[in-house]
Design a protein around this ligand. Structure first.
Ligand SMILES: NC(=O)c1ccc[n+]([C@@H]2O[C@H](COP(=O)([O-])OP(=O)(O)OC[C@H]3O[C@@H](n4cnc5c(N)ncnc54)[C@H](OP(=O)(O)O)[C@@H]3O)[C@@H](O)[C@H]2O)c1
Length: 254
């Protein structure tokens, strides 16, 4: 069993956070709440104080330039990108919190979440592990060649879920619901669905007409989508097809 890393403590360690966007704001606040001495979030052209660790919360395309700007002897630089390979990035380690941040969050948003870590050296990997643990996250290693699949899964689970809910809002307009009302009414359904999926897996969580084999209802839904939001028909069709495949796994399960 891997021993728990020693926690980062104020005065023991100082971290500079570069990039004051959605993640950089939340991460700076969270690290401070965890008792870590933090410099930042720093913007473009701002120099980090005399710190041993710099965490880049900048867009992927800016990582190489930010590494060059902040590299110092004896300093470890980490990036927080899910997609960027550590070996190609110039950074020493990667630390990708598997969570979605809008910027106003603090330490609570990191509690118990997964945090993908990688390091060029054992020391850099240990730094990533210590930082993740200081945040209350659960570190797990991701190899560079696994990153595209890892990040695609994260995007489907989070980003595309939002796209899906936007489509549901749009179609709900066909039932006379405003976007705000649709969100308020659909949100409990989304939450329960996600909880059921997390607790029981996709096949058991699936309910609805396709799970019941009720293709007549699916056809009526499709006609309504065609009438109110025709541009969403390809999305509706591909989702219905994948849902049929999922439903079939329930039927064939022993
Ligand atoms: N948001 C999330 O939920 C989330 C979750 C996990 C991981 N991440 C990772 O976090 C990183 C940042 O994403 P984000 O969502 O926080 O992006 P964001 O909201 O767009 O923020 C990026 C910030 O970086 C600044 N910046 C750009 N280039 C810089 C440079 N060379 N030096 C200093 N600051 C610079 C930007 O400032 P300007 O306005 O001046 O361009 C902006 O404030 C990405 O690698 C992303 O994969 C994000």
């Amino acid at each position: 069993m891997t021993p728990s890393p020693a926690p980062l403590r104020h005065a023991e360690a100082a971290v500079a956070v570069v990039g004051g966007g959605q993640l950089g704001s939340a991460l700076s606040r969270a690290l401070r709440e965890a008792g870590v001495r933090v410099d930042g979030p720093l913007g473009r052209g701002e120099d980090a104080a005399s710190v041993d660790v710099v965490l880049l919360c900048v867009p992927d395309s800016e990582i190489a330039a930010a590494v060059r700007a902040h590299a110092r002897d004896g300093r470890q630089i980490g990036h927080t990108s899910g997609a960027t390979e550590v070996a190609q990035s110039g950074a020493d380690f990667g630390l990708h919190p598997l969570q979605t941040f809008l910027g106003g969050e603090g330490l609570e948003a990191f509690d118990g979440i997964g945090c993908a870590i990688a390091g060029r050296t054992p020391a850099a990997l240990a730094t990533a592990r210590r930082l993740a643990s200081a945040l209350g996250a659960i570190p797990f290693e991701i190899a560079d060649d696994a990153r595209p699949a890892y990040h695609a899964a994260a995007s489907i689970a989070s980003n595309y879920l939002v796209t899906l809910q936007a489509a549901a809002e749009q179609i709900a307009a066909g039932a006379g619901l405003s976007r705000g009302d649709a969100r308020a009414l659909l949100a409990p359904l989304v939450r329960s669905t996600v909880e059921n999926w997390a607790a029981h897996g996709p096949a058991s969580a699936l309910t609805g007409p396709i799970a019941r084999g009720d293709e007549a209802t699916v056809a009526r839904q499709r006609a309504a989508v065609a009438g109110h939001a025709a541009e969403l028909l390809p999305l509706f069709d591909v989702l219905a097809d994948r849902t049929r495949v999922l439903a079939a796994t329930r039927e064939t399960a022993p």
